[in-house]
Design a protein around this ligand. Structure first.
Ligand SMILES: O=C(O)CCC(=O)C(=O)O
Length: 288
């Protein structure tokens, strides 16, 4: 079996076939995956079959895993695994639906001081229609900004928060079926990150804001800061920066959170069920 990497024609993404992922993959396979990730930002690795324990062990080959602050939707035996599922059990979704994870463009865990460096989603069940995930290339988004905006945001920091109740752009979905206050009362300090981030490995600059987590610009009053954020949020989701993935059972998608944002496109057509397992690797404090 030999691993093949085929870049997609979009602004980012590549498909990988011919490899069987496991915690005991050879070091040269891990190195090739890392290098493809730095080049393509999103890797769609086809035809995998990892149980939650194996997904944890494989993900750990790329760094320490993050366990989310809320215990909701975590796998009972493997807490680093977040279950995304719309299957209804006893009147409630058995996993996080897009009311909890992904309904607004974001990069994972930027509300934390050390956001996630990369995440993996493994498709256990897929719906016939709907449930795609989209990624956008934030190197390309930064490069395409007009010079005056680049000059304005280079060196500025933005504030990122977890609590949707404090983010009018995200808001609480009517499909939120847990206790909203219990879910968001967990105390998580807000974080401040550069609006233009230098990638810790490639050294390239990316636009590092998102409507899900970024709520304000530090030291800039809202009369000026909010319209600028609106402009950046519109800009970063232009079609030329995006790759949209239609899930196949067995896909494992591994992406770079430093230079991309992503979105749960939604629209799963009932009675379709989509179940994905997510793991996220810890990253570093971002710098500009
Ligand atoms: O459900 C999806 O398609 C995306 C999930 C997501 O945004 C996340 O896991 O952060």
């Amino acid at each position: 079996m030999s691993m093949t990497i085929s870049p997609y024609p979009n602004a980012l993404g590549a498909e990988i076939t011919g490899v069987r992922l496991s915690s005991s993959c050879d070091e040269d396979i891990i190195a090739a995956i890392k290098s493809a990730l730095h080049e393509h930002l999103v890797l769609v690795i086809r035809d995998q079959n990892l149980d939650p324990g194996e997904q944890v062990a494989f993900s750990e080959r790329f760094g320490e895993l993050v366990v989310r602050v809320s215990g909701e939707f975590l796998h009972p035996d493997y807490p680093p695994v977040l279950i995304l599922s719309n299957r209804i059990v006893d009147g409630k979704a058995e996993g996080a639906t897009d009311a909890y994870a992904g309904s607004h463009w974001h990069s994972d865990l930027t509300y934390a001081e050390k956001p996630s460096f990369g995440s993996m989603l493994h498709a256990i069940e897929v719906a016939e229609e709907g449930g795609d995930t989209a990624w956008a290339n934030m190197y390309a988004a930064y490069d395409a900004l007009p010079g005056d905006i680049k000059n304005r945001i280079d060196g500025l920091n933005a504030i990122h928060i977890r609590d949707r109740r404090r983010n009018p752009r995200a808001g609480i979905s009517e499909n939120f079926d847990r206790d909203v206050n219990e879910y968001y009362d967990i105390k998580v300090p807000d974080s401040v990150h550069p609006m233009v981030r230098r990638h810790p490995i490639t050294g390239l600059k990316s636009l590092y804001v998102s409507p899900r987590f970024t709520v304000a610009i530090e030291g800039v009053d809202d009369a000026e800061g909010q319209p600028l954020l609106d402009e950046l949020f519109e800009h970063q989701k232009k079609p030329e920066f995006i790759f949209q993935h239609k899930w196949r059972r067995g896909d494992l998608v591994f992406w770079d959170n430093s230079a991309t944002i992503h979105l749960a496109v939604g629209g799963i057509k009932p009675p379709g069920v989509r179940r994905l397992h997510r793991t996220s690797m810890a990253g570093e404090v971002p710098y500009g």
